[in-house]
Each structure stands twice: as structure tokens, then as C-alpha cells.
Design a protein around this ligand. Structure first.
Ligand code: HEC
Length: 153
């Protein structure tokens, strides 16, 4: 292989790597498919808690740190519908049975929160503090909206 072709193929490889990295942040974690219902409940409670910490930190971050923080929030919101699969309804948790009676409406709230986190990420990339703050507020509103309906005290 000539040096030039080698460089071209390495560059193409880097491009593929970059594209698949972006895709990972928006795909449901494939590990969830092989989890037991108990493991899903444990994982979703940990991810909810992690989101709380990430949201708390978000206000003090800018630039690449804010983007990385938003990526983790997006990933968690992307995973949640699978972590609340119907087979987890029999496991003891704070999840109300209304979740599985209204699963589309329930998961729509995760999609809304994920959209908010994507807006937050875009605002961080653009260095737009006003839009960043607005997106944080939107996400915070969805946390409360969902807990009020679907989480028991
Ligand atoms: C679409 C619904 C929904 C959204 C949106 C949502 N949550 Fe939750 N959250 C739940 C449910 C349901 C539970 C109970 C889960 C369980 O006990 O297995 C929960 C549990 C939690 C817990 C307790 C976890 C534990 O240790 O048991 C925390 C903390 C939490 N959520 C934080 C957040 C934050 C912060 C946000 C927003 C950034 C958020 N949640 C968004 C539905 C939601």
C-alpha cells in the first residue's frame, strides 16, 4: 500500500470511528437486553441518581465539559425506556403500575427530556449560556412532571 493510500484509509477509519462514537451516545446500551428485571431496576435507579448529579453539575460547566456532561444525560434518557420494560413491573421499586398502562405517554416524557438534553448539548457547543440555562430548566421540568405521575413516594 502506498503511503498516500495508507493515509487515506487511516483517515477514513478515523471518520468511521468518529461517526460511530456519535451514534453510541444515541443508541440504547445493548447490554440492557441481557439484564434480568432486577438488574434493570438497579441500573435505572443508579442512572436516575446519576442524572441528578449530572444536572446539578451542569450549571457550573462550559465548553467540552458541558458537552460531555450532556452526552451522559442523553445516554441515560435513551436507555430508560428499555430499563422500564414490562418485565420489571413485578420487581419492588418506586415505579407506579400506571407506567405500563400508559407506556407510550411515559416514554414520551423520556424522549422530551432527551430532546432537552440535546438542546443543552447544542447550546454548550455554541457557547450560548442563555439557551443552555433554558434547556436545563426544560429538563428539570420534565423530571418533576414524570415523578408526579409515575413515581411513588
Ligand atoms: C419519564 C419519567 C421520568 C423522568 C423524565 C425522570 N424520572 Fe426519575 N424516576 C422515575 C421513576 C418511575 C422512578 C422510580 C424508579 C424505581 O424505583 O425503579 C424515578 C426515580 C428517580 C430517583 C431515585 C432513584 C433511586 O435511587 O431509587 C432519582 C434521584 C431521580 N428519579 C431523578 C431524576 C432526575 C434528576 C430527572 C431529570 C433529569 C428524572 N429523574 C427524570 C421517572 C422519571
Amino acid at each position: 500500500m502506498s503511503i498516500r493510500r495508507l493515509i487515506a484509509s487511516v483517515a477514513a477509519g478515523a471518520l468511521v470511528a468518529a461517526v460511530s462514537f456519535t451514534a453510541i451516545a444515541q443508541d440504547v446500551d445493548p447490554a440492557i437486553a441481557s439484564m434480568t428485571p432486577e438488574q434493570k431496576v438497579e441500573a435505572r435507579e443508579a442512572a436516575m441518581k446519576q442524572n441528578g448529579g449530572l444536572m446539578k453539575n451542569a450549571g457550573g460547566l462550559t465548553g467540552a465539559d458541558a458537552v460531555a456532561n450532556a452526552d451522559k444525560i442523553i445516554q441515560n434518557f435513551t436507555n430508560f425506556p428499555a430499563l422500564f420494560s414490562e418485565d420489571t413491573s413485578a420487581v419492588k421499586s418506586e415505579a407506579k403500575p400506571e407506567i405500563w398502562a400508559n407506556f407510550d405517554a411515559f416514554t414520551a416524557l423520556f424522549a422530551k427530556a432527551a430532546e432537552g438534553a440535546k438542546a443543552m448539548r447544542a447550546a454548550a457547543e455554541a457557547g450560548d449560556a442563555t439557551a443552555y440555562g433554558a434547556a436545563m430548566k426544560t429538563i428539570g421540568g420534565v423530571c418533576g412532571e414524570c415523578h408526579q405521575q409515575y413515581r411513588s413516594e
